[in-house]
Ligand binder design. Structure first.
Ligand SMILES: C[S@@+](CC[C@H](N)C(=O)[O-])C[C@H]1O[C@@H](n2cnc3c(N)ncnc32)[C@H](O)[C@@H]1O
Length: 363
């Protein structure tokens, strides 16, 4: 990952109005939706491990790209609950659990660490679980753990972030991503960067996992193979808001031209091909699902969903945008975003989030 991106990119910290912690409803909904995959994967791992295995003494798990909201602790408590259920059924002792929470160094790890003692006490009280939690700052596009360490890796809504902005996007003018008016080379450059990054991620994780290790990955995706026909609406609305500020003289057009998001929504088939070609993991399950983000039937609901969209987009993108365009325009930019989002919804559009979920087994 480029140093500049690793140092500057983070979800909005703390617990305030624009924080990620208070604006991660979509990510919560995604976790609820993938809960059955999590359960099936852990149960299967347990079934296929031999009875003397390390799994029965200490379970080592990692959540990669954990961020600092409620989703980080939810993942760990769900994993513990699933194990607790298995042990109740099998009349075995719940193993100790060592959980590693990873994110980029600029992540608000302090907020996580402050909540750890009470969180672990809760798991002890409810299930008698001995859970040890550590933070692992660093990019998941680099090595994070010693070889042969982990039994289970989880990552939700993080792997659509690339290690860097793809190269050769100079002609992606008046766009900040693979936009409606982007030339074909832009789509190719994004797809190639995703392939490079995701293959590297798989190779690194395979080294860090024990032989029968499992991985559950969920990330934003698209519903059709042709990326130029499934443009991610939210980034178009951010781009339109930026161009509004260009028209008002608050942002330079050249600054929009030179800005591109390090983000990619992959197609299910493309993901399958990369996993098969890279070769470290067997695919247990690979599916896509959609979550409709708003129901714009009446005015009050629409206002609410415009607010929700604006705050959640700001919580995720503000660090990247402020780093390039400066802090001073952030309020105006997201006011524009809200106005443009309202128009988008008035046209009867139903924004949806497509997700790809993959359950993998280390070969
Ligand atoms: C939208 S948040 C998702 C957080 C959490 N997993 C959830 O489901 O709510 C994406 C997270 O991925 C992290 N991230 C992005 N690129 C990363 C990388 N290369 N290494 C580690 N974390 C990364 C971001 O910092 C951010 O906290």
């Amino acid at each position: 990952m480029t140093m500049a991106l690793a140092e500057n990119f983070r979800m909005n910290a703390g617990h305030g109005d624009t924080s990620y912690a208070n604006n991660s409803r979509l990510q919560m909904a995604v976790l609820r939706k993938t809960r059955p995959f999590l359960e099936a994967s852990i149960k299967d791992m347990f079934k296929n491990s031999d009875s003397n295995s390390a799994l029965l003494t200490c379970l080592k798990v990692a959540d990669l790209g954990c961020s600092s909201g409620p989703t980080a602790s939810l993942v760990i408590s769900e994993i513990v609950k699933i194990f607790y259920g298995i042990c109740q059924q099998q009349h075995c002792k719940l193993p100790e659990i060592q959980a590693f929470l990873n994110d980029l160094p600029a992540n608000d790890f302090n907020a996580i660490f402050r909540s750890v003692p009470a969180f672990c006490d809760g798991l002890k009280r409810e299930m008698g679980a001995d859970c040890y939690i550590s933070g692992v700052p660093g990019s998941f596009y680099d090595g994070l753990f010693p070889s042969n360490t982990l039994q289970f890796i989880h990552s939700s809504y993080s792997l659509h972030w690339l290690s860097k902005v793809p190269e050769n996007l100079e002609n992606n003018r008046r766009n900040i991503y693979m936009g409606k008016t982007s030339p074909p080379n832009v789509f190719r450059a994004y797809a190639e960067q995703f392939k490079k990054d995701f293959s590297k991620f798989l190779g690194l994780r395979s080294q860090e996992m024990m032989p029968w290790g499992r991985m559950l990955l969920t990330f934003q995706g698209r519903s059709i193979a042709d990326a130029s026909k499934d443009i991610y609406y939210a980034w178009e609305i951010v781009k339109d808001a930026l161009l509004d500020l260009v028209a008002e003289g608050l942002v330079k057009e050249a600054d929009v031209d030179s800005f591109n998001l390090p983000h990619y929504v992959a197609y299910e088939g493309e993901v399958r091909e990369i996993i098969e070609e890279e070769g470290s993991f067997a695919i247990d399950k690979l599916e896509s699902f959609e979550i409709i983000l708003v129901a714009p039937e009446d005015d009050e609901k629409q206002t609410r969903s415009v607010n929700t969209h604006t705050k959640s987009t700001r919580a995720v993108l503000e660090s990247l945008l402020a780093n390039h365009f400066g802090d001073a325009i952030m309020d105006s930019l997201f006011r524009r975003f809200a106005e443009n989002m309202a128009v988008y919804l008035q046209h009867g559009q139903k924004p949806k989030a497509v997700s790809v979920v993959i359950s993998l087994i280390k070969k």
